[in-house]
Design a protein around this ligand. Structure first.
Ligand code: 5CA
Length: 191
């Protein structure tokens, strides 16, 4: 079994330990369930192409990245890296991309919200492995530029699923309250 990031970690003497979860940590929600932490404490390592160069954005699992904000920090235009670009830039496949220890010298940007947690958990090179780290240490080791990267909608947090306020009048409402077309249906916030 390939545990290249763990070998790199051990060689680098960084002194964090990797935890394996057979049930999988492929998405932020999977990882939060496995670890038993807040989804906001999961570090998504998202690969984008900014001004023609691959970059990695470390984003709280509770947040969705705002590409225009990343563009302000990393250069425009910003597009999502496809799986192949993500892999060649970082050396790892989507779902296991670690926040540092990349195959190329890819600039890293970090969602400021991650600094609000005592500890966070990031992918360890595989879709079933994560490691716990102090967010300040994460910033140092990834040499990340801290920025405000999240989509600001309401309080900027992901809330699942709630009944829209206009349906709050109860079963006599003409809409009945069952249909919630306002829920996010895609995007990295749920990963
Ligand atoms: N191991 C988990 C938690 S640490 C993890 O790696 N989460 S993640 O959010 O960093 O990685 C999944 C992300 O990869 C998704 O949020 C999404 O933005 C991106 N992604 C998923 N599929 C694709 C794809 N086909 N092409 C490009 N990006 C993708």
């Amino acid at each position: 079994m390939m545990r290249r990031f763990e070998v790199w970690l051990a060689d680098s003497g960084i002194g964090v330990s990797v935890k394996h979860f057979p049930a999988g940590t492929r998405t932020a929600v999977d990882a939060a369930v496995a670890v038993g932490c807040d989804v906001g404490q999961i570090v998504k390592s998202l690969v984008f192409v900014a001004a023609g160069r691959p970059v990695v954005a470390l984003v709280s699992g509770a947040n969705r990245l705002d590409e225009s904000r990343l563009g302000a920090a990393a250069g425009r235009p910003v597009t999502k890296a496809d799986a192949e670009v993500a892999r060649s830039a970082t050396g790892y496949s989507i779902g296991g991309v670690p926040p540092f220890g990349h195959a190329t010298d890819v600039p890293v940007f970090m969602d400021r919200d991650l600094l609000g947690y005592q500890v966070v958990w990031a992918a360890a090179g595989r879709p079933d492995s994560v490691f716990e780290i102090d967010p300040d240490r994460l910033r140092e080791l990834s040499d990340a530029t801290v920025a405000d990267l999240k989509v600001m909608v309401g309080d900027g947090q992901l809330h699942l699923p709630t009944r829209p306020a206009r349906y709050a009048s109860g079963p006599t409402s003409p809409h009945g309250g069952e249909v919630n077309s306002d829920l996010p249906t895609s995007g990295e916030a749920t990963n």
